[in-house]
Design a protein around this ligand. Structure first.
Ligand code: FES
Ligand code: FES
Length: 161
């Protein structure tokens, strides 16, 4: 066991766990941030996606010892009031069914749109294909990512006018 200090959603956290404990379990069990879900545990489904310095990563296979000083963002910290453009689009399109995969989907989409604010439909399909949804909400996910890309761009240009 060792002490690990992490910066998550703008706050400082500390835990005493084995160095190879996946970040997912530290988030959920040590810190109670249960919005991030366990699906497969082998980096195949995307349910556990969080951001590490803005990049989408699979927290089920990321040892806590490799996080270092990187800033972690979970679904709880994506926005203050659930008003990130991706979250707004998800509401608008009413994407979730059971909801289990959705935090991971949203975190993947948010990191992607930050890097690529005006994606084509095929770029959206490519990036989202790594996130599995047992309920098959893929259609609405595609639509919502597209909507989020247009809203985020128009919000930005409205602010700069
Ligand atoms: S739980 Fe991490 S990718 Fe499935
Ligand atoms: S909404 Fe149920 S698994 Fe995706």
């Amino acid at each position: 066991m060792a002490i690990f200090k992490l910066q998550i959603n703008g706050r400082n956290y500390q835990t005493d766990v084995d160095a190879d404990t996946p970040l997912l379990w530290v988030l959920r069990d040590s810190f109670g941030l249960t919005g991030t879900k366990y699906g497969c545990g082998i980096a195949q489904c995307g349910a556990c996606t969080v951001h590490l310095d803005g990049e989408a990563v699979r927290s089920c296979v990321l040892p806590v010892s490799s996080v270092g000083k990187a800033k972690v963002t979970t679904i709880e910290g994506l926005s203050v009031n659930g008003d990130h453009p991706v979250q707004k689009a998800w509401n608008e399109i009413d994407v979730p069914q059971c909801g289990y995969c959705q935090a991971g989907q949203i975190m993947t989409a948010a990191a992607f749109l930050k890097r690529n604010p005006k994606p084509t439909q095929s770029q959206i399909d490519d990036i989202m294909t790594g996130n599995i949804c047992r309920c098959g909400t893929y259609h609405r996910i595609r639509e919502a990512v597209k909507l989020a890309s247009t809203t985020a761009v128009s919000t930005k240009s409205a602010k700069t006018k």
